[in-house]
Design a protein around this ligand. Structure first.
Ligand code: KIV
Length: 281
């Protein structure tokens, strides 16, 4: 149990109202025990990102995430969360092809998993899906700039919006998403000046990842923050813990104890004595 006092659950209107008042802290998370800790620590938005494919399943990109898998992880996170707003990330091809299918898939995150909202990648080109999901009263978070589901079109995980034309496109996408009714927009890997401009231009919060300090909030990936990603360390990541060392040292200590016979001890073992049965009259 945490020592933190019980706090009221946060909501989508709280996120919208935070713009200009306080910065918003958001992390990805994929499982119940981690979600409980982040929630107790005060993280305000928990995103069950399709990055689970890379961080947990070891894939090279997010494209293989499925609806069933995302709903299952989202459910685990939502069950463990008392205060934060839990958002389910809609996987590749679950919303792009058909707005009706997009609504059904988005609805699963709320009905089956207990999320409060969904996140989709893309701007004006996915507006039909965004509008359909919003028309079903399902809150939508947008995501523009570097959109990992467009990896092959973009030619890799690269900073977006460096040229005037592409910056203008991203600004137009942000405005279109806000006008459609998205309650927040993730800006991934764009120059900080562009993020500042968009943040000033749209009435809903921007959540930056590799988008500089001027966004209304910041989002990072759990495994990066906790020091569980070893190979890749993007420039925008700040590591707050080194769980790689903690876990490797703990596992190493277990190996030594097993080999030396130091584990288990007498206290960690059962005796053969049966508990006494008491007669009940
Ligand atoms: O899936 C994810 O982790 C994300 C964040 C990078 C915003 O979409």
């Amino acid at each position: 149990m945490s020592d933190l006092p019980e706090r009221d659950p946060l909501s989508i209107p709280w996120i919208v109202a935070a713009k200009g008042r306080e910065k918003i802290a958001m992390l990805t998370v994929y499982d119940a025990p981690s979600a409980r800790l982040l929630d107790e620590a005060g993280i305000e938005i928990l995103l069950v990102g399709d990055s689970v494919e890379m961080t947990v399943y070891g894939e090279a990109n997010t494209l293989s995430a499925t609806m069933d898998q995302m709903v299952r992880h989202s459910r685990a996170v939502a069950r463990a969360t008392k205060r934060a707003v839990v958002i389910g990330d809609m996987p590749f091809l679950s919303y792009q092809a058909d707005p009706a299918r997009a609504v059904e898939n988005a609805g699963r995150f709320l009905a089956e998993a207990g999320c409060a909202a969904v996140k989709v990648e893309g701007g004006r080109r996915i507006l039909p899906a965004v509008q359909a999901i919003l028309a079903a009263d399902i809150p939508v978070m947008g995501h523009i700039g570097l959109t990992p589901q467009s990896l092959h079109k973009l030619g890799g995980f690269k900073v977006q919006g460096r040229e005037e034309d592409s910056a203008r496109e991203i600004r137009e996408d942000a405005k279109a998403l806000a006008d459609a009714g998205c309650f927040a927009v993730v800006l991934e890997c764009v120059p900080e000046t562009l993020a500042a401009q968009i943040t000033a231009e749209i009435p809903v919060p921007t959540l930056g990842i590799g988008a500089g300090p001027h966004c209304d909030g910041q989002v990072l990936v759990y495994h990066d923050v906790m020091g569980l990603t070893r190979d890749l360390r993007p420039k925008f990541v700040r590591r707050y813990a080194d769980l790689t060392t903690v876990i490797r040292d703990a596992a190493g200590a277990f190996v030594s104890d097993v080999k030396s016979g130091n584990f288990p001890s007498k206290e960690e073992s059962f005796t053969g004595a049966r508990p006494t049965l008491r007669r009940v009259n």
